[in-house]
Design a protein around this ligand. Structure first.
Ligand code: HEM
Length: 143
């Protein structure tokens, strides 16, 4: 898989897996409160990740402010907001971390409880989660 690094796609090509922007998600971006809503959401999401014993080991020594800022841009792009994601692609960002299914699922639950706290409508939550779920292929590298 590492045999032909030159053939790799651009750095952020699968951050939001090469799918085109989906204009149908613009109303969902508004339901998240736009970019300020995403910034507020990410604060609680990261607090949950650090409080959760399953995810804490991954985040306690990480640059959490940086990750939050990248997540805001990434989710904003996924929801067709006026943002650009300049962070790493998901495979590169999580390489060597040995993220397993349990950790991935725990992170999703921590995101769900943050979205509930921010009163994001359930349907809007699921629109975002549907875009995040396939990313497990790039992120989960361990059974
Ligand atoms: C759909 C699920 C996930 C998404 C969308 C996501 C997204 C991101 C993004 C955007 C970054 C920043 C990349 C950059 O710095 O350029 C990042 C970094 C990171 N993620 Fe995830 N992630 C997910 C799942 C996970 C899981 C399950 C874990 C571990 C339990 C995890 C742990 C980390 C850590 C520790 C970093 C920081 C890496 C570093 O310091 O370079 N992520 N993630």
């Amino acid at each position: 898989q590492d045999a032909m690094p030159a053939a790799r796609p651009a750095a952020n090509a699968d951050a939001y897996p090469s799918a085109p922007r989906d204009p149908a998600l613009k109303p969902v971006f508004e339901q998240f409160g736009g970019k300020p809503g995403l910034v507020a959401l990410m604060n609680d999401f990261m607090d949950n990740l650090v409080a959760d014993p399953v995810t804490r080991p991954y985040f306690e020594n990480a640059d959490r402010d940086h990750i939050k800022a990248e997540l805001v841009d990434q989710f904003c792009v996924i929801l067709d907001g006026p943002c650009t994601y300049t962070g790493k692609d998901m495979a590169s960002a999580h390489r060597g971390m040995d993220v397993n299914r349990a950790a991935f699922n725990a992170l999703v639950q921590d995101l769900q409880s943050a979205m509930n706290k921010h009163d994001i409508p359930f349907r809007a939550q699921n629109k975002l989660l549907a875009k995040l779920a396939p990313m497990h292929r790039q992120i989960v590298t361990k059974l």
